[in-house]
Write a new protein. Sequence first.
Length: 514
Amino acid sequence: MDKKVLDHDVPTEEPVTFHFLAKFYPENAEEELVQEITQHLFFLQVKKQILDEKIYCPPEASVLLASYAVQAKYGDYDPNVHKRGFLAQEELLPKRVINLYQMTPEMWEERITAWYAEHRGRARDEAEMEYLKIAQDLEMYGVNYFAIRNKKGTELLLGVDALGLHIYDPDNRLTPKISFPWNEIRNISYSDKEFTIKPLDKKIDVFKFNSSKLRVNKLILQLCIGNHDLFMRRRKADSLEVQQMKAQAREEKARKQMERQRLAREKQMREEAERKRDELERRLMQLKEEATMANEALMRSEETADLLAEKAQITEEEAKLLAQKAAEAEQEMQRIKATAIRTEEEKRLMEQKVLEAEMLALKMAEESERRAKEADQLKQDLQEARESERRAKQKLLEITSKSSYTQSMNSSTTALPTDLPSFNLISESLSFDFKDTDMKRLSMEIEKEKVEYMEKSKHLQEQLNELKTEIEALKLKERETALDILHNENGSRGNSKHNTIKKPQAQGRRPICI
């Protein structure tokens, strides 16, 4: 730190680009990354290493990690905003994964979006932490590799990480051949280019190897010292400073959670008010349509009543006219009967005329009676039409009164969003007292969280297997890399990062001397 930047082994061309990276990786990101900004920067580092393929990630896990990265960047999924093609310019998957399957960018986006939609409600820091919790279980996560040679001159790889030292075959960076957990190492030393690892168990042979450069030896030693120190520190009670940081982080997290809940409640109330307003507007439109239809029916009833009244009047006049004609025919018949017809022919003709007159009179009488009945029926229809008109007017008055009431309700409801109740958050002061007597309880809580995490990991693994089965048919076997083949073999044998590397046990062990 006391040397000038250009005095280091860096390019001399300007501008000089720097990447500030975490040197030591946490064992459990959720427990150790206390501050949100630290978590965010570490998330960006791990994400870049996975996309640059410095950390091997299987295809199904890559899709899940991409969905959490999208949640962290875009927030909750909204189909009206996040339309097809919104991820076209995003770098979300390693090129190795894209080349391994016969899938278009649209197909990848569809699968990522399907998982992304399930993360609704997660804030940015929560989505980033879920990303890190998955990434920390990858075999190459946090491992720094160095080329070494054993006594026989065989080329090997030395891996240094938070759990210990691991020896790899150069062609297999996933599964170590030998592992030395930090709590099982008694001493690490180097002389010139030769390194010596002395296990705590004296029955195990000392492991010696040679590195390429003295500068590499110093870097290996620095990583060993730092990782071992953190390994031991994690298994002790937190310092007062760390306790205060964690307490502040918990308070900040609780405050943000309460703020999110308040915003969610306000959003829900606003949506409910808008839904009620839309419902009232829809009801008002329906009442207006019913009023219009009732008004039209009333107008039709009035027109029908007018037509029936006019027709009844005409029928009544026709009945009077027929009655008058029937009376005239009767008079004519009486006059003809009174007239003396002297000749038989005239009498016969007269009788015929009388018969015809009687037939005509009878017919006229029947027609008069029929028209009279029809006039009565029309009067009855007119009465019914007027009654229907009266009912239609009554219904129109009722609908008009309902509409005015609904409009007043609508105006009062529309004002709801601006009159939403306000929520005053009174944050009580929280005190955190981490005494030694509380450590057992804290350990029990951590164990409980680990059990819950294992159950969640089981569910996550089932999801990953489901996705793997779904896209397996589209895989191009000839494009599989050596790491893909090794990962599949480990999966078929049931090997994972946690059961191939021996779990360190810190209790009752001596720290290493370096």
